[in-house]
Design a binder for this molecule. Structure first.
Ligand SMILES: NC(=O)c1ccc[n+]([C@@H]2O[C@H](COP(=O)([O-])OP(=O)(O)OC[C@H]3O[C@@H](n4cnc5c(N)ncnc54)[C@H](O)[C@@H]3O)[C@@H](O)[C@H]2O)c1
Length: 442
């Protein structure tokens, strides 16, 4: 297969606007972290764009630059944040409320910058997020919501003298929606907006507005949002990058590392039980069965795709996979995720593996959010429109073009991401073939 021609990448000149939909735990932790890192008061740990390296050429070349020195990314100093939220709390209050970062150490020193980020009125409808009701909202009319978001983007760009903007959904998980006739093409979508059709969720209006205003879009939640034909096509036509869905942070991150290991060794799995407790606002929203269903679908899909039960029926054909999320306020943002895996080996003998991950939800999500906006901006400057499959690395439920299946294995995703960066910069792909040594030696 021929490799597509290498793109021309416009330089990362000027200022990059990052608009977060939602100013809750993830968004406020992202904003505070970037502000602290800029001032040398914290390290952006967990971020591939800030800390990761990439090998170029042969192992013996010893050429392993930092990713940010290899590809022309915007710097942290270039970023200007803006946000929407139905609650009027500024980023300082939102971060205090989320309780992720220590106030004295990590919020007070940057309080002034955080206070300057006040959320714009949200395109919000509590029929899509049942557990929330906030006063800082736009009209419920969908056309008015769309026009309002478009205007907000333009005012934000103008007021801050921005050159480019990326939109990131860090909003709550909406109720479960499936693709329908209203999502197929532009005419149907426009008519559905005018008719206030329930199949048009607020998140779709944000994504549509982003594409209409020349911004890339990333979806950190499992909502359908831009995963519909009309927006996928618009992204391709407008040469704007989109990607989603649902940050792959805790339990699913572990699952997409362990499952490929079992499969690589041809070990069978009888059951995989995953349960979580978390007590943040996200947990409260997910306590609603309709929002939970959206999340559950996202979390359940991974094993099926990695293990391919149809190909290995005796190993994975009868697996019992269960995922639970329990709202438990005392833990706040500090989630605990348990996994019990019932596996079997040689001659069918059973074994068990238990994982107890005491993680911090937003501490894991913030670096992914940063990488996504920086890579989306890079893709935009490289003219890469449509679904950015190479960003699957960051998502639980990667968006893929029609007819393709999503890649869930973390290390295949990582290879795909790095090889895409190599291709963008005109470097050879790394195949790990290792044969060149013998050929060279004759
Ligand atoms: N933290 C993680 O590890 C993680 C992992 C995967 C996915 N996610 C998803 O990321 C999203 C954000 O997580 P969080 O912990 O920050 O949640 P959060 O509840 O703290 O913040 C979400 C914010 O979005 C706002 N919001 C809801 N609907 C909106 C709308 N239509 N417009 C503007 N704002 C809106 C809410 O008011 C809230 O402040 C959630 O959907 C969550 O499921 C988080």
């Amino acid at each position: 297969m021929n490799t597509p021609q290498r793109p021309t990448i416009a330089p990362a000149q000027g200022r990059l606007g990052v608009l977060t939909v939602g100013l809750g735990a993830v968004a406020s932790t992202l904003i505070a972290g970037v502000e602290l890192a800029r001032r040398g008061m914290g390290e952006p740990i967990g971020s591939l764009t800030q800390m990761g390296t990439i090998r170029l050429g042969r192992r013996t070349d010893q050429n392993v630059p930092l990713i940010r020195d290899f590809v022309p990314l915007a710097t942290l100093d270039d970023i200007v944040f803006g946000a929407w939220d139905p609650f009027p709390d500024d980023a300082y209050v939102a971060a205090q409320r989320a309780g992720v970062l220590e106030s004295t150490k990590h919020l007070e020193p940057i309080a002034e910058s955080l206070r300057s980020i006040r959320p714009m009125a949200a395109a919000f409808d509590s029929r899509y997020v049942k557990r929330l009701e906030g006063p800082n909202v736009k009209s419920l009319d969908k056309r008015a919501m769309l026009e309002g978001i478009r205007e907000d983007i333009n005012v934000f760009m103008e007021n801050n003298q921005l050159d480019r903007v990326v939109m990131l959904w860090c909003g709550s998980t909406e109720i479960y929606l499936e693709r329908g006739p209203a999502h197929q093409d532009r005419d149907a979508f426009e008519a559905a907006i005018d008719a206030n059709d329930p199949s048009i969720a607020p998140s779709m209006l944000y994504a549509y507005a982003a594409l209409l205003e020349g911004a890339g879009f990333c979806n950190g939640a499992p909502n359908l949002t831009a995963d519909i034909p009309v927006l996928e096509r618009l992204a391709v036509e407008s040469r704007l990058p989109i990607s989603g869905k649902d940050f792959k942070t805790g339990q699913t991150l572990v699952k997409t590392v362990l499952a490929p290991m079992f499969k690589a060794r041809m070990l069978g799995i009888a059951g995989w039980y995953s349960t979580n407790i978390l007590g943040n606002r996200d947990g409260e929203v997910l306590d609603d069965p309709e929002s939970f269903k959206t999340k559950e679908e996202s979390k359940l899909g991974v094993l099926e795709h990695i293990l391919e039960p149809e190909r290995y029926p005796s190993l994975y054909g009868d697996i019992y996979h269960k995922v639970r999320i329990n709202y438990y306020p005392p833990r706040g943002d500090n989630k605990e995720g348990w996994d019990n895996i019932d596996l079997f080996g040689w001659l069918g003998y059973p074994m068990q593996l238990k994982v107890d991950f005491l993680c911090r939800d937003s501490i894991l999500a913030a670096p992914l959010a940063l990488d996504l906006v920086l890579f989306t901006d890079l893709a935009h400057r490289a003219g890469l429109g449509g679904i950015q499959e190479w960003l699957s690395f960051y998502y639980k439920s990667p968006q893929v073009a029609a007819g393709l299946y999503p890649e869930h294995d973390l290390f295949i995703q990582q290879t795909k991401l790095k090889n895409t960066l190599r291709w963008m910069m005109g470097e050879d792909q790394i195949t790990h073939l290792g044969i060149e040594y013998y050929l060279d030696e004759g």
